[in-house]
Design a protein around this ligand. Structure first.
Ligand SMILES: [Zn+2]
Ligand SMILES: [Zn+2]
Length: 398
């Protein structure tokens, strides 16, 4: 047994690691967060709730307004050592929740349907433990990151000048994962989440009277051609394939809802997805060329803009080992197949300056998928997930 594993095991008998009282209070707190969702970049009240929850644990410092509305609590041993960051997300989704639960969203059209409310409750539970157990060496940073859902938050946090003060050596995170049994995790070194980005295409011709379309320039043919042409550039398949790529048309529109006008403008929105960043460069080039060709054939102007840009997320071997030790010490079985996830995750940005890894924690097999209007984070995950993170803290800064 190596040193790190022994440190992890030393906590096994610590019945106070996550007291029942903390779990009960954090469950109620999650319900509060769930009732009051805020979208990416607008997490003002959520950040205030986080600050109010962290303050009694007396961190050495709380940084607010990081990269928008991010909050980071610093627990410093005052001794040299590793800086470990645990990260969760503040934001909810612009989707109407379908739920009869008493704590359902009170905000029309917005809801916590990715479980970020649960991730915050997990880190707040770790904060309680850190309030009672200071790190012996190095520092622990609890990072409540804004704007994960649109892919902008981690980059903005890192670009914030104050991030230099808390730059981590090791960064860890989790995501709850419907479809995977409770009590199981998915974790492996290497690619963890695919790269993705939104491509917005605007085709511009000239409107005309519907009786004289020859006096206008219609984008109809280009629109009709581009949908299958773009889709054919990324047809999915096994995500384990290094060349995996997927193009999903998410929106298309053209002209006015009128019978008297021949259309002069069309839009196509597509999401491009690849296993790794290198594949994305190629897909972007191919998709851009397809648009240029189709526009030229129809003598249209065109504009392409990029949105929600996610780099692929890569698990560092040493950081993965810390998570693996902690999961095994909690008797959580680990699957390494089925990765990377097709869905993207902006946590990968932290891997640019730190040894970073994240794992997926099973939310159960009979629950709705992430982003479905009836998804709800399972409260039963709060305690085991907090225990896993506490074991990581003990390994790195104990
Ligand atoms: Zn999400
Ligand atoms: Zn999420």
């Amino acid at each position: 047994m190596n040193l790190l594993t022994r440190i992890a095991m030393d906590l096994t008998d610590d019945m106070q690691m996550v007291p029942d009282r903390d779990v009960a209070e954090m469950t109620e707190w999650r319900w509060q967060l769930h009732r009051h969702p805020e979208l990416s970049g607008q997490e003002v009240e959520t950040a205030n709730r986080v600050i109010a929850m962290l303050s009694p644990t007396q961190p050495d410092e709380i940084l607010t307004g990081l990269g928008g509305h991010g909050v980071a609590a610093v627990y410093d041993s005052a001794n040299a050592g590793t800086t470990l960051m645990l990260r969760c997300e503040l934001d909810a989704l612009p989707i109407q929740e379908i739920s009869s639960r008493p704590y359902r969203s009170t905000v029309p059209g917005k809801a916590h349907l990715c479980g970020h409310d649960g991730h915050m409750a997990i880190l707040a539970t770790v904060a309680r433990w850190l309030g009672r157990n200071r790190p012996r060496q190095g520092r622990v940073i609890l990072m409540f990151q804004p704007a994960e859902e649109d892919g902008s938050g981690a980059a903005k946090v890192i670009a914030d000048p104050r991030f230099a003060k808390i730059r981590p050596d090791v960064a860890l995170a989790l995501h709850n994962y419907p479809g995977l049994a409770r009590g199981m995790a998915m974790l492996a070194e290497g690619p963890m989440n695919c790269a993705s980005r939104g491509m917005k295409i605007i085709l511009t011709g000239r409107t005309a009277h519907a009786s004289q379309p020859e006096h206008g320039i219609s984008p109809a043919n280009a629109l009709a051609e581009l949908i299958p042409r773009l889709t054919a550039l990324g047809t999915g398949g096994a995500v384990s394939d290094p060349d995996f790529s997927l193009v999903t048309i998410t929106h298309a529109s053209m002209g006015e809802q009128a019978f008297g006008i021949a259309p002069g403008e069309a839009q196509i929105w597509a999401t491009l997805r690849t296993r790794q960043d290198s594949g994305m460069d190629r897909l972007v080039t191919e998709a851009s060329r397809a648009v240029a060709d189709a526009a030229r054939e129809s003598t249209l102007e065109f504009a392409i803009s990029w949105h929600d840009v996610f780099q692929h997320c890569e698990n560092d071997p040493e950081a993965t080992e810390i998570l693996r030790n902690a999961l095994l010490a909690e008797d959580i079985a680990i699957r390494a197949d089925g990765l990377p996830m097709r869905a993207s995750e902006d946590f990968g940005r932290f891997g640019g300056g730190a040894r970073a890894a994240m794992f997926l924690l099973g939310a159960g097999q009979d629950v709705a998928s992430l982003h479905n209007p009836d998804y709800d984070f399972p409260d039963a995950l709060i305690a085991p997930a907090a225990r896993v993170f506490i074991r990581c803290v003990a390994q790195v800064t104990g």
